[in-house]
Design a protein around this ligand. Structure first.
Ligand code: 0X9
Ligand code: ZN
Length: 428
C-alpha cells in the first residue's frame, strides 16, 4: 500500500515536471523597424513591446510569434535571448499572463478594452486619445447608455498608472470597466451609474513606464522620455499645467530626479493627450489611482492653503473611507494632499480641480506600509483591493448624478457608528 503511494507520488511529480518543462515561455528579444511593425500589425496580433531605440521597436516573443514574424517576411534587425533573471520570474508567474502574472500589462489591457467594446457596442466605446513617447496608444473606454452620442450627463473620469511601478492602480479602473458592462442588466446601482453618467476610464496613463517596470526595472516610476545624458523619464504626475513648477517642493527641475517635472507644463504626450481630451470633456469628478499608502487625498497639493471646496471634498473622502472599511476593514486615511505630509505641484488632481473645476481625488491603494510589500503587491491583492473600491466607484459616480452622498447605502446606515474612529476630524 505504502509502496504504491510512493510510486504514484513519483509518477505525479514526473509528469508535473514534464509538463512545466514543455511549457512555452517567450525568451527571445527581436528588433523591428517601426514602419515594418505597422505593416505586420495589419494582419497579426500585437507583440509584447519592451522598449524602443531610435526607429526600432524591441519585442519579447515566444517561438510561435517568432515564426509568425519570420513568415511575414518583415526584416528582423536584431535578435538576442532575454536576460536569464527576467526568465526566472517569467516561469514562476506567467501562468495567468505575462511575467506580471494576474496583473495586466499594456497589451492585455488594450486587448481587454477593445474586447469589451466589441461585446457591448451600445454601452462601451474605446477612444485612443493620443500616443505615448514610445508610440503606444493611450486608451480610454467610455461607458454610458447611448455611448455613441454625447449626452448632457455628468462626466466622470477614472485613471490609473501615472506611475509605472504601481501595477495595482491599473487593475481597479480596468476591472471597474469590466464590472460595469457585465453587470448592467443585473445590478440596479450599476444601471443607474451607466444610464446617468458618462464614465471615462483610462487604466494606464503611462504605458511605456509600465512595460519598463514589468520587463526591465521593477521600481521604475516615470515615463520613458529621453532627457539626454543617459537619463530617462519625466514624472507624469508633476507635468500638468496648474501651478506647474510652483516651487521645488515635491517636484524637481533636475532630469535625474524621480519627481522630474519636465521642461514645460504638458511637455509630455501622455499629459498633453489628457489636457486635450479632458478640456473637451471636462469631468465633474475624477479619481486617480496610485499605490501605496491607503490614503484618500484631494487638492490642493501645491499649497497648505485650503481649497475653497475643501469641506465638500473632505466629506466625500470620508464617505469613501467609510465604504472601504465596510467591505474589508482596511483603514484609509483621508484629508487634503498635505495630510500625506508632502507638497507637490503639477499633479493631475490639482489641474483637474484648479483648471477644469472638477472635484478630484487621489486614492493610494494598499498596502499601507513599505514593510507590507510597498509597491510589490501580491496577485491576491487585486481581488480584495477591487472589492473594497467597487462601492467607492459606484458611490462616487452616483454622487454626481443625484448630488446625494447616501445613494445605495441607506440600508447600511445602522453600521455607521462602528466606524466612528474613521470619522474623527482631520485638518484640511
Ligand atoms: O507623489 C505622487 O504623485 C502621489 N504619491 S505616489 O507615492 N503614488 O507617487 C501622491 C499625489 C498626491 N499629491 C500630494 N501628496 N501632493
Ligand atoms: Zn503614484
Amino acid at each position: 500500500m505504502r509502496r504504491n503511494t510512493i510510486i504514484l507520488s513519483f509518477l505525479i511529480l514526473y509528469f508535473t515536471a514534464l509538463n512545466i518543462m514543455s511549457q512555452e515561455f517567450p525568451d527571445t528579444v527581436i528588433g523591428i523597424n517601426r514602419s515594418d511593425y505597422r505593416v505586420y500589425l495589419k494582419t497579426h496580433a500585437p507583440l509584447d513591446r519592451l522598449y524602443c531605440q531610435g526607429e526600432d521597436f524591441y519585442f519579447l516573443v515566444d517561438r510561435n510569434e517568432l515564426r509568425q514574424v519570420e513568415e511575414s517576411g518583415i526584416e528582423i534587425r536584431d535578435r538576442y535571448l532575454a536576460p536569464q533573471e527576467n526568465l526566472v520570474g517569467l516561469e514562476i508567474s506567467s501562468s495567468q499572463g505575462d511575467i506580471n502574472g494576474a496583473y495586466h500589462n499594456y497589451n492585455e489591457t488594450r486587448s481587454l478594452l477593445k474586447e469589451l467594446e466589441t461585446r457591448f457596442p451600445g454601452m462601451a466605446q474605446e477612444i485612443t486619445i493620443g500616443y505615448s513617447i514610445e508610440g503606444r496608444e493611450l486608451n480610454v473606454i467610455k461607458i454610458s447608455d447611448n455611448v455613441q452620442s454625447n449626452e448632457s450627463e455628468p462626466n466622470i473620469f477614472i485613471v490609473g498608472c501615472h506611475h509605472a511601478r504601481e501595477w495595482i492602480s491599473v487593475e481597479i479602473p480596468l476591472l471597474f470597466a469590466k464590472y460595469l458592462l457585465e453587470n448592467y442588466s443585473l445590478d440596479p446601482q450599476v444601471r443607474r451609474a451607466v444610464d446617468g453618467a458618462q464614465i471615462y476610464i483610462m487604466p494606464i496613463q503611462n504605458p511605456d513606464g509600465l512595460e519598463f517596470s514589468i520587463h526591465t526595472y521593477r521600481l521604475w516610476r516615470k515615463n520613458r522620455r529621453y532627457n539626454g545624458g543617459f537619463i530617462w523619464g519625466v514624472d507624469t504626475n508633476r507635468n500638468y499645467g496648474y501651478m506647474w513648477g510652483y516651487d521645488d517642493n515635491g517636484s524637481s527641475p533636475a532630469p535625474d530626479s524621480e519627481v522630474y517635472r519636465g521642461t514645460a507644463p504638458f511637455s509630455e504626450p501622455e499629459t498633453q493627450a489628457l489636457q486635450q481630451f479632458l478640456t473637451a470633456n471636462p469631468p465633474v469628478g475624477s479619481l486617480s489611482f496610485h499605490s501605496y499608502g491607503q490614503d484618500i487625498l484631494y487638492p490642493w497639493g501645491y499649497t497648505f492653503t485650503p481649497a475653497s471646496d475643501a469641506a465638500r471634498m473632505y466629506a466625500i473622502a470620508r464617505e469613501i473611507a467609510y465604504r472601504i472599511f465596510l467591505v474589508s476593514g482596511r483603514v484609509y486615511t483621508y484629508g487634503s494632499m498635505i495630510t500625506s505630509l508632502y507638497l507637490s505641484n503639477g499633479d493631475f488632481t490639482d489641474w483637474v480641480y484648479g483648471t477644469l473645476g472638477g472635484l478630484a481625488f487621489t486614492i493610494e491603494l494598499p498596502p499601507e506600509y513599505m514593510h507590507e510589500g510597498g509597491f510589490f503587491t501580491s496577485e491576491q491583492m487585486i481581488a480584495s483591493a477591487f472589492a473594497e473600491n467597487l462601492p467607492v466607484l459606484l458611490y462616487f459616480t452616483n454622487y454626481f448624478i443625484t448630488g446625494s452622498d447616501e445613494i445605495g447605502f441607506d440600508d447600511q446606515e445602522p453600521f455607521r457608528e462602528k466606524v466612528s474612529p474613521l470619522r474623527t476630524s482631520q485638518s484640511f
